[in-house]
Design a protein around this ligand. Structure first.
Ligand code: HEC
Length: 152
């Protein structure tokens, strides 16, 4: 038992070291493209929920659940894109405050994730888009709050 546990721990450590290594080799341009792609994903998915609210005839509960879950899941992908040396990369709108105030930026991500989690719950219970729109607005507020502080 003890052997198995320590073997697992060793391989986990080796794996996370590898993952870290792989990421430290990421080019700044690739990190920028990745994070902008994640943000485009957020825009796409929140846009789908708003579109159903504007035109309730196209409301599809399964699809709405999927969009909300994607919004939650992709929020967890934001931080990875802000690698140490991608602060000065061309074509980015990210403010240097992200690198100077990492705890503040992480708090903005956590605020987003909390609101996205509440949206997942709201959509799961909703029988119409009207029932989840309040939570979509809350989530949109967390996008705007972060942009105000950390995006040019
Ligand atoms: C924790 C901070 C944060 C949150 C939360 C956040 N954003 Fe952003 N967003 C940024 C930053 C920083 C950039 C600039 C990234 C860059 O250009 O390197 C950005 C860029 C963007 C872009 C432009 C991407 C591109 O192609 O250049 C879009 C669109 C966007 N965000 C939409 C959203 C939407 C919609 C939400 C919420 C559903 C959201 N963002 C939540 C920080 C955030």
């Amino acid at each position: 038992m003890k052997f198995v546990a320590s073997f697992c721990l060793t391989s986990m450590l080796a794996f996370s070291a590898l993952a870290h290594e792989a990421h430290s080799e990421v080019k700044p341009e690739d990190a920028k493209d990745y994070r902008q792609g994640v943000f485009q994903t957020l825009k796409w998915n929140i846009g789908g929920l708003v579109a159903m609210a504007k035109n309730p005839d196209i409301f599809d509960k399964d699809h709405a659940n999927l969009l909300a879950q994607r919004l939650h899941l992709s929020g967890g992908m934001i931080l990875e894109g802000f690698t140490d040396d991608s602060d000065m990369v061309q074509g980015s709108d990210a403010k240097l405050e992200i690198w100077d105030d990492r705890p503040g930026f992480e708090a903005a991500v956590n605020n987003y994730l909390e609101k996205a989690g509440l949206l997942v719950d709201a959509v799961a219970k909703a029988e119409s888009p009207a029932a989840y729109m309040e939570q979509v607005k809350e989530l949109g507020g967390s996008c705007k709050a972060c942009h105000k502080k950390y995006r040019n």
